[in-house]
Design a protein around this ligand. Structure first.
Ligand code: ATP
Ligand code: MG
Length: 576
C-alpha cells in the first residue's frame, strides 16, 4: 500500500475529546473517525488491525472445534420475550419497529438467536457437544460510551455458544474455550490476566474474565502473587479478621458527643481526633422491596454486587438521602447502629473492632465506645466491601492481595439451562429420552482489543504495534520520492518483501522528511526501512525497529532477507 494514495489522515495535535492514550492515538494515527456517540468508522489502517485480530480469533476458534456462523443483527422481540429479557434488559437494548409495527431489537448479544437455532437443528445427543461462534457487530446503548472504541455503542464482538448434554461435558467445552482464549490473547501480544468473575443475574456457578492490564482500565482486579488467585472486585472475597484490633485502650461505657453541623466522616474524625478507619459508616440499600442498613468501616467501599449476594436479593440500590431519612428518621450523616429501625448487616471487617465510633441516630450526634451486642444488636457479619491492596489473599491466606487496573477483553461463562429451558430446547439422549442441553457462552471484544493493545504499547511519539496486530510489518520510507534511483530500490524492495508474505506500507509522499518521521512514529509499524540520502549512495538502506533507537545500514541486496529473518524471529517468539 502507498501512503500517498491511502486515506491515512494523521493529526499533529491531540484531539481534545480523547481522554485515554489509545483513543488519542487511534484518532491521531488516522485509524478511526467518530460518526456519533460511541459509533465509529474504521479507516484503512484501523481496519487492517481489526482484521488481524479477527484472523487470530477465527484461527484459534476453528482450531478449538467451534463452527463459524453469522447470525442477524436485527432480532425479533418474540425471542426476547420467550427468554424474559425483553423486560429485563433495560435501556441498553436498542428497540425499534418494522413497517408492520412488529418489535425488534439490534442484538447486544445472541443467546436467544442461537438457542432458537439449537431447538430447530439439534435433535440428538449425537449432535452434541456443539459450539457455534460468530464475529459480528453488536449494539448496546451504553449509558457512558467513552474512550473511543474501547466502550463504543456499536462494536465488534466474537461470541460463541456451546451446547452440552451434561455438566462434565460442559466443563470440557469451557476448558477448551479458556485454552483458546489464552492462545488468542497471547498471540495478540497482550499482557493479560484471567480472573474469577461474578456470574451476575445470568446465573451459573462459573465465570472468568480476561483483562488486559493497563492504568486506564475501567475495572479493578485483585490478585495474589503468592498463589496465583485472581478475581474481579465483585468476586474477590475479604476474610473475617482473625484477631480483634485494639481500637480503644480500654472499653468504657458508650458515650454520646455532639457533632453539630458536621456532614462528612472526615470532619467528624478530625473533630474526634480518630482515624476514619475507626469509624463505622451506615448505608441504606433497598432490594426486592426491602430496606437494609449496611455497616462498613469508614475507609472501606461498599460493593453492590457482593451486597446483593449477601442479602440474598436480586439487585440492590443505594437509597437517596431523603429516602434514608424517611426510612430511619435521621439524616444520613447521623445514622448508626445504636437504636435504629432497620436490620443491621455489617461488613466482616467490623467484627475486628473492639469498640466503635458511629452516628448516634440523633441528628448532630455520634457515639463513642460502642460495643457490638452490648450497645446494639450484633449485626449479621457479611462480605460486602471491595477488597483493598494488602488484604490477605482469600485462597492461600498468606500473601497480601494486590490491585491492578484492567480492560476486560474477554468473558467466558457457564449459562446452564437458563436459555435452553426457557426456550424449550431438547435433544434425545442415548436412551431415547428428551433432555435439556446446557450452555456456555464466550465473548471477546474484538474491536476493544485494538484499543487495549495500544494502551499497552505506545510511547510519547505514538503507537508501537505488537507485530501480530500491526497493519503493516514494514514501513518503507522514501527520503525523496522524486529521486528515480531511490524509487527503483524501494519498489524492488517492496516487491521482494511482499513476495515473502510481508505487508509493506511505502511512504511515497513528497513531504518534508521530518513530517514522514513523525508520522512513522505515530503509526508505529514495527520495522522501518529508509531508502535514500547518504546511505543509498553507499549502497545501503537504513533499518530500524520502532521503539528502539538503533539504526543499522544494510546492503541493498540483503535488506529484504534481514527484515524477513527479524520478522520471522519475532513472530516465532510471539507464538511460543
Ligand atoms: P463491560 O463490563 O465492559 O460492559 P460486559 O460484561 O457487558 O462488559 P460481555 O457482555 O461479556 O461484556 O461482552 C463480551 C465482551 O465484549 C467483553 O468482554 C468486552 O470485551 C466486549 N464489550 C462489551 N461491551 C463493549 C463495548 N461497549 N464496547 C466495546 N467492547 C465491548
Ligand atoms: Mg456491559
Amino acid at each position: 500500500m502507498r501512503f500517498g494514495t491511502t486515506l491515512i489522515p494523521t493529526l499533529k495535535e491531540n484531539p481534545g475529546e480523547a481522554r485515554v492514550e489509545s483513543h488519542r492515538l487511534m484518532l491521531r494515527a488516522g485509524l478511526i473517525r467518530q460518526l456519533g456517540a460511541g459509533i465509529y468508522t474504521w479507516l484503512p489502517l484501523g481496519l487492517k488491525v481489526l482484521r488481524k485480530v479477527e484472523a487470530i480469533v477465527r484461527e484459534e476458534m476453528d482450531a478449538a472445534g467451534a463452527q463459524e456462523i453469522l447470525m442477524p443483527s436485527v432480532q425479533p422481540a418474540e425471542l426476547w420475550e420467550e427468554s424474559g429479557r425483553w423486560q429485563m434488559y433495560g435501556p441498553e437494548l436498542l428497540r425499534f419497529q418494522d413497517r408492520g409495527g412488529r418489535n425488534f431489537c439490534y442484538g447486544p448479544t445472541h443467546e436467544e438467536v442461537v438457542t432458537d437455532l439449537a431447538r430447530r437443528e439439534l435433535r440428538s445427543y449425537r449432535d452434541l457437544p456443539a459450539n457455534f461462534y460468530q464475529i459480528q457487530t453488536k449494539f448496546r446503548d451504553e449509558v457512558r460510551p467513552r474512550f473511543g472504541i474501547m466502550r463504543g455503542r456499536e462494536f465488534l464482538m466474537k461470541d460463541a455458544y456451546s451446547f452440552d448434554l451434561d455438566e462434565a461435558s460442559l466443563e470440557n467445552s469451557y476448558r477448551i474455550m479458556v485454552d483458546a482464549y489464552n492462545r488468542i490473547f497471547g498471540r495478540c501480544g497482550l499482557k493479560y490476566r484471567a480472573v474469577e468473575a461474578d456470574t451476575g443475574s445470568i446465573g451459573g456457578a462459573f465465570s472468568h474474565e480476561f483483562h488486559v492490564l493497563a492504568e486506564s482500565g475501567e475495572d479493578v482486579i485483585a490478585s495474589c502473587d503468592g498463589c496465583g488467585y485472581a478475581a474481579n472486585l465483585e468476586k474477590a472475597e475479604s476474610l473475617m479478621p482473625s484477631e480483634t484490633e485494639e481500637t480503644c485502650a480500654h472499653v468504657g461505657p458508650m458515650r454520646t458527643v455532639a457533632t453539630p453541623g458536621m456532614k462528612t466522616m472526615e470532619e467528624v474524625a478530625t473533630f474526634l481526633g480518630c482515624p476514619v478507619s475507626a469509624m463505622v459508616k451506615s448505608l441504606v440499600v433497598e432490594g426486592d422491596g426491602r430496606a437494609f442498613q449496611l455497616l462498613l468501616r469508614g475507609d472501606h467501599e461498599l460493593n453492590l454486587v457482593k451486597a446483593a449476594h449477601a442479602l440474598g436479593v436480586g439487585t440492590v440500590v443505594l437509597a437517596e438521602p431523603e429516602r434514608v431519612t424517611a426510612l430511619t428518621g435521621v439524616a444520613v450523616g447521623s445514622l448508626g447502629p445504636v437504636g435504629g429501625r432497620l436490620p443491621l448487616w455489617a461488613d466482616r471487617s467490623l467484627a475486628g473492632l473492639t469498640c466503635f465510633i458511629a452516628g448516634a441516630n440523633r441528628d448532630g450526634n455520634h457515639v463513642l465506645d460502642g460495643v457490638w451486642g452490648r450497645d446494639c444488636p450484633t449485626p449479621r457479619w457479611v462480605d460486602i466491601r471491595n477488597v483493598v491492596a494488602g488484604d490477605p489473599c482469600p485462597r492461600c491466606r498468606v500473601s497480601p492481595l494486590r490491585l491492578d487496573r484492567g480492560i476486560e477483553v474477554g468473558h467466558v461463562f457457564k449459562l446452564g439451562d437458563k436459555y435452553t429451558r426457557a426456550m424449550k430446547v431438547t435433544v434425545q439422549d442415548a436412551d431415547g429420552k428428551e433432555r435439556t442441553p446446557i450452555m456456555g457462552c464466550y465473548g471477546i471484544g474484538v474491536s476493544r482489543i485494538v484499543a487495549a493493545a495500544i494502551e499497552q504499547n505506545h510511547d510519547e511519539q505514538g503507537i508501537i504495534w505488537p507485530l501480530a496486530l500491526a497493519p503493516f510489518a514494514v514501513e518503507l520510507m522514501l527520503v525523496n520520492p522524486r529521486e528515480e534511483d531511490s524509487m527503483k530500490v524501494a519498489e524492488a524492495l517492496e516487491k521482494e518483501l511482499r513476495q515473502g508474505g510481508i505487508d509493506v506500507l511505502m511512504d511515497d509522499r513528497d513531504e518534508r522528511l521530518g513530517v514522514k518521521f513523525k508520522d512513522a512514529d505515530l503509526l508505529g509499524l514495527p520495522f522501518r526501512a529508509i531508502v535514500g540520502g547518504r546511505s543509498l549512495k553507499e549502497g545501503t538502506v537504513e533499518i530500524q525497529r520502532r521503539g528502539q533507537p538503533e539504526k543499522e545500514r544494510i546492503a541493498i541486496a540483503e535488506v529484504a532477507g534481514v527484515l524477513r529473518a527479524r520478522i520471522q524471529d519475532e513472530a516465532a517468539r510471539g507464538r511460543s
